[in-house]
Design a protein around this ligand. Structure first.
Ligand code: SF4
Length: 625
């Protein structure tokens, strides 16, 4: 029988023990004596969140197809188990073999959002692996990071042996082959790092040194090892239909955030919203072949028993064979106990038609993300969404029986003024007014509108990477102002307002554009008790503030300061294809309220055509708006 790392006694005292026992449906089992490489994949958040992540499922499948490698998983132990593991000195273990992570060759950590940084330290500490890369010896696994936050890895650079910049499918095989070869030759840890530093997309932070001006800005970023590259080029998988995708994804025994089959229909986005990092770093847009998707949908539903399939993409409406795919799925699965969910659709006639076929119209609400309240500000951010199209979409939906609308906005966007903020309240009210133009006998009760605001956080590799970010105080003033404007509206009773925490967003802003000095702050905050920071009940702003103070680092330096064009940015050594010149051009166009058309209408020469494929090489004749 499989031996578990935790005793029955412990499992019975903690919340949701199924988080730690593994053995889920489709879990890969391998004979440990027959593998050369042991790779532990980590999502540094609780099991239910980590299990919902598609990237891990893809890499898990890909690694385990190699006979010489066994890829296992680990997630952050919840606070109850964390306490017990520390008290009893139980080393953190992987779910598959239940063996300590410290015995593995690699610990690969996916970096999906900045507020998981203290959880990385938790995973390392509970694994009994030194937190700082410089303290690790030949005995320890290599700790590597990948995912969106690795596009500015500097705030956590000291904790990692190396980072992988780009999509996982491309050079992992090479990393593992070199590892085996290095081991066979009796090479050291440093030998391995020097060898992989020459592979495209690999960044070994210890091979670079950063120095600073007196005012805190970076003065130079230099290599200290001849094997390191000057520039780290993002790696992308250009042929998405001839690559890895799990036909048998893992199925957990407990409810997780995304309890469904996820079908990734494309990568990248043609839209170019100026605040959106994903829209820039995943360029160019590449589609998966529709026949590939149809066959995978069938296989995955069969292998998992899930009752829902979700199409994943940054903007599903831009997938060129969307109607063919959706009507196929409806035909095959709807009415057979399988739900089809369609996030990130633009609300138009086609979307409403399919949504009325696949969703319970009365229960579901429609989501619009205008992001800004006024047309002026929507042009600044290049949202490409007019008020007319929002109102028309809402009206069509109301006529079709919907009466609930969710609206997402951001506060604190560059150039924002009071009129823009008031515009949020006015737009919500206009939507409600549209609803009440329908005669009483034709409409479906009262309308309900939920307006949510998050706080704009400037991210690396976006046109707004040079922008200042509001302080928490400024944000709170804006939030209050908006609340009063919403209260002034005729339909105020139909409108509910939700908002995000300001302090958490400010911290996210520091980590997003931070440099290497931030790692000491993260270390100190973690040691002072910060963990699960993205969970508001565990977020302790005062501990973070103290850590910044102790390290003589000023939050405002990282957040509420506009950067000059010639300032060295902490992530400048990374090349994502999209050029800095393009981003600066877009920043200037944004400030002067100029809209840039999407990639299918006209190419804006962003630089991503260096990858030789995708939308950059499509014909633009008769392209859609
Ligand atoms: S090179 Fe042109 S088409 Fe390609 S991603 Fe950039 S703007 Fe879009």
């Amino acid at each position: 029988m499989r031996k578990l790392a935790l005793s029955d006694e412990i499992l019975l005292t903690i919340d949701k023990p199924a988080r730690y026992i593994g053995d889920e449906v489709n879990m890969v089992k391998k004979d440990l004596d027959k593998v050369d490489i042991r790779f532990c994949m980590c999502f540094p958040d609780v099991y239910e969140i980590g299990m919902s992540h598609l990237g891990i499922q893809i890499l898990y499948d890909m690694f385990n197809r190699r006979e010489d490698t066994y890829c296992e998983r680990v997630y952050s132990p919840w606070v109850d188990l964390d306490k017990i593991m520390r008290e009893k000195e139980i080393p953190l273990f992987a779910l598959e073999s239940q063996e300590p992570v410290k015995n593995f060759d690699f610990l690969g950590i996916t970096l999906q959002y900045e507020m998981c940084y203290t959880n990385i330290l938790q995973v390392l500490e509970l694994s009994q692996i030194p937190l700082y890369a410089k303290d690790r010896t030949e005995e320890h696994p290599f700790v590597l990071g990948g995912g969106p936050c690795s596009y500015n890895p500097e705030p956590i650079a000291d904790f990692f042996d190396f980072f992988y910049i780009g999509e996982g499918e491309t050079v992992y095989d090479q990393l593992l082959d070199v590892y085996k070869e290095n081991k066979r030759l009796g090479g050291s840890r440093k030998d391995y790092l020097e060898k992989i530093a020459q592979i495209e997309g690999i960044y070994v932070p210890s091979f670079y040194e950063v120095s600073y001006h007196e005012d805190g800005k970076i003065s130079s970023f230099k290599k200290n090892n001849n094997h390191a590259k000057d520039t780290i080029c993002k790696q992308v998988e250009m042929n998405l239909s001839d690559t890895f995708y799990p036909k048998k994804p893992l199925v957990p025994y407990i409810k997780v955030t995304q309890d469904r089959v996820v079908l990734e229909i494309q990568r990248g986005c043609i839209r170019g919203c100026r605040f959106c990092q994903a829209g820039m770093i995943y360029r160019p847009i590449r589609e998966r072949d529709v026949e590939f998707l149809k066959s995978y949908a069938c296989d995955m539903l069969k292998a998992t028993g899930h009752e829902e399939i979700s199409l994943s993409s940054l903007s599903s409406s831009d997938y060129s064979a969307l109607s063919e795919l959706i009507y196929y799925l409806i035909e095959e699965f709807n009415g057979k106990g399988v739900n089809i969910s369609l996030p990130s659709l633009r609300i138009d006639a086609f979307a409403l038609d399919v949504m009325s076929k696949v969703q319970d119209v009365k229960k579901s609400s429609l989501t619009f993300a205008p992001e800004a309240g006024s047309q002026r500000l929507r042009d600044v951010i290049n949202k490409g969404l007019s008020e007319e199209s929002i109102l028309k979409g809402a009206m069509d939906a109301f006529r079709a029986g919907w009466n609930r609308v969710k609206l997402y906005f951001m506060l604190g966007l560059p150039t924002e003024n009071e009129e823009d903020i008031e515009g949020i309240a006015v737009l919500a009210d206009k939507i409600a007014r549209e609803y009440y133009t329908i005669t009483k006998d034709q409409r479906n009760g009262k309308v309900s509108i939920v307006a949510s605001t998050s706080f704009f956080v400037p991210k690396p590799f976006t046109p707004f990477q040079w922008s200042r970010m509001d302080t928490a105080e400024e944000y709170l003033v804006k939030q209050k102002f908006l609340r009063s404007k919403l209260n002034d509206q005729l339909n105020r009773k139909s409108i509910k307002y939700n908002w995000h925490e300001a302090e958490l967003s400010v911290l996210e802003g520091v980590f997003a554009r931070g440099d290497r000095r931030i790692s000491k702050v993260i270390y100190d905050a973690y040691k002072a008790g910060c963990l699960f920071d993205s969970w508001s009940e565990f977020f302790h702003n005062e501990l973070w503030m103290k850590a910044f103070e102790d390290n003589h680092l000023d939050i405002a330096f990282y957040t509420s300061r506009e950067r000059e064009v010639d300032e060295i940015l902490p992530w400048d050594y990374i090349d994502v294809g999209v050029t800095k010149a393009f981003l600066w051009r877009e920043y200037k166009r944004g400030i002067s309220e100029k809209v840039t058309p999407n990639c299918r209408r006209a190419c804006a020469n962003c630089g991503a055509d260096v990858f030789n494929g995708g939308v950059c090489y499509e014909s633009r004749e008769g392209a859609a708006l």
